[in-house]
Design a protein around this ligand. Structure first.
Ligand SMILES: [Zn+2]
Length: 475
């Protein structure tokens, strides 16, 4: 017998419900899934600019190359039901995810992640006309929330009984790491669902660990970047829907410029739709290998551990963005404990240390664990390859190395969903934090990364929370 422990945040981080249920063994062992997708492409019109997210502010879209999608898989085991949604967006924020959850009933967990698309609309705020102007179209954001709610209902209505296979394949040459130490998670992980009675394809959930940055900063056409090609290709090859999620993409992991060639053998690189297409197909080819190597996996019963945490925001740019109203999400006064939510930030207490409320979770579906990480995890925190001793010049050489995902997961299969339920920026191993001179690796200037991170406490907070959530799951 086992015990199911469920910790689900049920409202804006304040209430946490813990339920324990004994399973009805027969129905709990039956796995059902349903898939759905919806077009979330913003309307591009000259009179109403769509500010594109990623890179620098002030990039107005001039048209649409290919549509953006929300894609959903709902899974049910007995009375337990969870939804996984992936969006072709830069990073849907936690407050929007909570609105989606509040509009859905009957689900034990709803995970809404983003592919971190750099060629879609701003849904965070910092890419408006200027650094002082919010780039989010609130009506568009509301339409995404409404469409995701509808999408989950549609997938829920399509539940069919399935069996699942899990497989992995590795190709680190499909990733470029632009920051030392050069550490990548080159493993693609895939879940394949087929009908239990006849092996008909039902759907795929694919995790790949790369920024959607094949188009680069000069493109002004809305596109889902390489994930569009990966999803299209796999949908065609396997005749089923596909949900693509990104894993540990911090660092930063992007498509390489020396790996993808056209038919004449000429190397393709950033800023080219043919590069995005061919790179996406190369990722689909890697998924083929993972599927070929896959083995049957038991995904029932379901257990869920998820809880709000507060990450201290020390980044002066993030704090200024909130003051200017560019980022509009409620801050919390920092209590000194990431799992104790402080008072909401107001004009009176804004000078105190503050934090942002987010969520770290972990699912246990049968023998598979799925970590839900609310930002861009450095791959060093997956493998544990954080320099030891610290590089000379790093700001916190004595910081303990965070326990890595591999250490925490131990034996058994796992997946990692980055930008899950939020995008709080880079999660940098504290020992690699490098904001002050002298800089590590002989750099003359600060490395890129810290400017898009809440602060040096972000990664330790998230990794500690992941360890706690894992310890709350049944063995
Ligand atoms: Zn990024």
């Amino acid at each position: 017998m086992f015990r199911l422990v469920v910790c689900i945040a049920v409202a804006w981080g304040v209430l946490t419900a813990v339920s324990r249920a004994m399973p009805n063994s027969e129905s709990e062992s039956v796995l059902e899934v349903g898939f759905s997708s919806a077009d979330i492409t913003p309307q591009v019109a000259p009179e109403k600019p769509v500010w594109m997210a990623g890179y620098v502010p002030g990039r107005a879209a001039t048209g649409v190359h290919d549509p953006l999608f929300a894609r959903c898989a709902v899974m049910r085991s007995g009375s337990r039901k969870i939804a996984l949604v992936s969006l072709d967006l830069i990073g849907l924020q936690y407050p929007a995810v909570l609105k989606i959850r509040n509009a859905l009933s009957g689900f034990d967990y709803v995970m809404v992640c983003s592919t971190h698309n750099h060629e879609g609309p701003d849904v965070i705020g910092v890419w408006g006309k200027s650094v002082f102007q919010r780039g989010v179209d609130e009506a568009y954001l509301k339409s995404v929330i409404d469409k995701v709610v509808e999408l989950v209902h549609v997938a829920d209505g399509r539940l069919t009984r399935v069996v699942a296979d899990f497989g992995t394949a590795e190709d680190s040459s499909l990733l470029n790491d632009s920051r030392e130490p050069f550490v990548k998670d080159g493993v693609l992980r895939v879940l394949r669902f087929t009908s239990w009675d006849g092996g008909r394809p039902t759907g795929l959930v694919v995790q790949w660990n790369c920024h959607p940055e094949a188009l680069g900063s000069r493109n002004t056409l809305i596109t889902a970047d390489y994930p569009a090609a990966t999803v299209d290709e796999l949908s065609r090859r396997y005749s089923c829907p596909v949900v693509l999620v990104v894993g540990a993409i911090g660092g930063l992991l992007a498509p390489p410029s020396d790996r993808i060639a056209d038919d004449s053998g000429k190397m393709l690189g950033s800023g080219d739709f043919e590069f995005a297409r061919r790179y996406g197909i190369a990722v689909a080819d890697l998924a083929d290998k993972a599927i070929a190597a896959s083995r049957r996996i038991e995904l029932t019963p379901f257990a869920i551990a998820a809880r709000p945490v507060v990450i201290q925001v020390e980044n002066p740019w993030y704090r200024a963005a909130r003051v200017f109203g560019v980022i509009r999400r409620q801050g919390r006064v920092w209590t000194g404990d990431s799992e104790q939510l402080g008072d909401p930030v107001t004009a009176e207490n804004a000078e105190q240390p503050t934090g942002v409320e987010t969520e770290v979770g972990c699912l246990k579906l049968g023998s598979l664990r799925i970590a839900a990480i609310p930002g861009e995890l450095y791959p060093e925190l997956v493998s544990g390859k954080v320099p030891d001793p610290a590089e000379a010049g790093a700001d916190f050489p004595e910081a303990p190395r965070e326990e890595s995902v591999e250490q925490l997961m131990g034996e058994g299969p796992w997946m990692l969903v980055g930008l899950a339920n939020d995008e709080v920026g880079y999660l940098i191993p504290k020992r690699q934090w490098d904001n002050l001179p002298p800089y590590a690796y002989g750099r003359s200037t600060a490395p890129y990364g810290e400017i898009n991170s809440c602060g040096p406490a972000a990664a330790p907070t998230v990794m500690r929370a992941l360890a706690r959530r894992l310890s709350e799951l049944p063995k």
